[in-house]
Design a protein around this ligand. Sequence first.
Ligand code: NAP
Length: 258
Amino acid sequence: MPTALITGASKGIGKAIAEKLAAKKTDLLLIARTENLLKELAENLRSKYAVQVDYFVVDLSKPDAVEKIMQWCANKTSEINILVNNAGYGLSDAFEKYSIQEQIDMMQVNMRVPVQLIHALLPSLHKQDQSYIVNIASNAAYQSVPGLSLYAASKAFVLSFSRGLRYELRNSAVSVTAICPGATDTDFPKRAMVSAKAAKAAAKVNMSADAVATIAVEAMFAKKAEVIAGFINKLSAFLVWLLPKKAAEKIAADIYGL
Ligand SMILES: NC(=O)c1ccc[n+]([C@@H]2O[C@H](COP(=O)([O-])OP(=O)(O)OC[C@H]3O[C@@H](n4cnc5c(N)ncnc54)[C@H](OP(=O)(O)O)[C@@H]3O)[C@@H](O)[C@H]2O)c1
């Protein structure tokens, strides 16, 4: 039975990806902090799709989080053949508004955890006939975003790392896919504490978590390198590519109220 480990599976895009994979008869290992949401999701997916679903509650911003996840996985009989690095969040407003610990915690969740999980799981992913890594980046990976500067930089890291790793693994059993969602209707804006103006702008083009998850799972099985979710987001990334960087940064700064 295929088995997927999904970080940030308690809600939003990660939860929707978990449901899509369960529907394809994939056993699931779900990771997040909110135990009641993971428990509820696990029970729901087990009864709806007759798959095995286990969950592990951990704060990924803690330096030993991946070590704990790997210890937990060591007791499992099934071999993981899908890794979805989805957990992530932003901190909006001026960089200086947040403490350095808050910024480092975000970098830990968005960048260090995917790198550590990939490094730890690659030996077992190589042993499968076919295995997949999906990294959830963002449209923010395509430009600097004043007001979300470090978040956008962390997503540029995820995208660049995904593409490089994919090439390195091109002759192996492991396919690597980066997904770049734009504004998606999840708890992301609340967690990032985005301004009312930015939330209103996002609401006009919001995609559903379900739509993004469909794109992510299809792209993963089609072994795509990089997929921007939805036409509006593809257009936006193209316009960003056409515009002088300073102009794209000014538009973003206006949205984020800086
Ligand atoms: N929504 C958007 O507009 C948007 C756009 C582009 C990219 N993305 C990316 O899409 C991914 C999913 O975000 P989302 O929109 O679905 O947001 P969300 O609804 O806030 O979900 C985030 C998930 O990450 C988990 N998470 C966050 N911090 C964690 C921590 N310290 N330890 C463990 N788990 C943690 C959350 O679980 P707990 O809170 O239970 O821990 C939750 O399951 C992120 O990488 C995000 O950057 C989102």
